[in-house]
Design a protein around this ligand. Sequence first.
Ligand code: SF4
Length: 297
Amino acid sequence: MTTTRITEAGGGAAGSLSPSRAGDFMTCPLLYRFRVIDRLPERPSPAAARGTLVHAVLERLYDLPAGERTVAAALGLLGPEWERLLSEEPELSGLFAEGGDGEADRERWLEQAKGQVERYFTLEDPRRLEPAERELYVETVLESGLRLRGFIDRVDVAPTGEVRIVDYKTGSAPRAEFEARALFQMKFYALVLWRLRGRVPRLLQLMYLGNGEVLRYAPDEADLRATERKVEALWAAIRRATETGEWRPRASRLCDWCDHRERCPEFGGTPPPLPAVPLPRESPADRESAARERADP
Ligand code: SF4
């Protein structure tokens, strides 16, 4: 998979944060600890793998000449892209048991992936689009020294220079009260692009392939400044937790998808001793987090 990178120089960053990790901390500080400080492995999930596969297909689709970007062509990419993902991440082959129920689960999973790819075509016509960037890695350093990073699914640039940031989600659109949370990730990307290019993106577009809804938002400078303050406040809270060692669990419906229940006090478990690390730092290309973000349970 090709990944474009847009970054700026910024040595000596105080730490780094991606929207997924920021989202983890907002969801549950203890979950953030398990993922970033302890770096505990998590089982690959069918939902996350399906998100990665559908994203790969939609990225590859735009390699084709505009006129060839049809539903059939996109569905034809599912097999080869799945094979490629399996070769890059062999542990994915253990997602489904051999034969019997495992085979039926695999078939159902593949049907869901096909349905999401087909639904994409009900939302926009890829023959009429020419994205400026796909799977774009962006990174910038704020004045405080905090490094923000992340992968943007797609960036469209109009002839006028106006920018649209597009993100595909393989889940369903959130209820109204959770929209702000979904938009936080997009505003985070908008903030990074604004800092890199000096122009506020015109539109943020979340495309929910689970139920075929599109969420659009036009940010302004005040929005992005508020996002920057929020990100800085989050980072200050993460630093405090790092210094005090207090990573509080916050139970929610997302616990149903959490791989760490056995070591979580909310479920009668005990977290392992904290490793000795000075400050949480993320890996430069946090692909796992991107997969989890895409699955969007
Ligand atoms: S089970 Fe719930 S409360 Fe516990 S770490 Fe996971 S998300 Fe947090």
